[in-house]
Design a protein. Structure first.
Length: 138
């Protein structure tokens, strides 16, 4: 009897330890957000810098502030992540593991993307292979 109780206790503690060690999708997103922001901003600013330098000075004020520096870009995306979090809380919509996995996949795609992806899509917007699925989530 003591052995079966000890075995049952050990099993329950093991399962509890495994479950407690797993982070929620929201916690995972909090860890991924800075990495995503850094990846998207480094590519966006780095890949468009030469094009922006060709714009005459009198028209540079038309460039959105978040595209003028990496710091502005990171601040912009930090704000967007906070707005999305508040919207999820207000609408009582939970972040899913699928959403987190999509962002993780997108980060990997961004880090490996060439600047060609960020150029030449006049009026179409940027379509980054590997990041398509995050457009389905708010």
């Amino acid at each position: 009897m003591k052995k079966s109780f000890a075995l049952l206790s050990l099993t329950i503690l093991s399962l509890a330890a495994v479950h407690c060690g797993k982070k929620s999708p929201e916690e995972q997103l909090i860890e991924l957000a800075p990495k995503f922001q850094k990846a998207i901003c480094a590519k966006t600013i780095g890949c468009t810098k030469d094009q922006f330098e060709k714009i005459p000075p009198q028209f540079r004020s038309m460039i959105p502030p978040f595209m003028q520096s990496e710091e502005n870009c990171v601040a912009f995306f930090s704000q967007k992540f906070e707005e999305a979090k508040k919207e999820r809380e207000t609408s009582k919509k939970e972040l899913t593991q699928e959403m987190v996995d999509s962002i993780s996949t997108c980060i990997t795609a961004l880090e490996g993307a060439s600047c060609d992806v960020f150029q030449g899509n006049k009026g179409e917007g940027v379509k980054i292979p590997g990041c398509e699925s995050i457009n389905n989530f708010k």
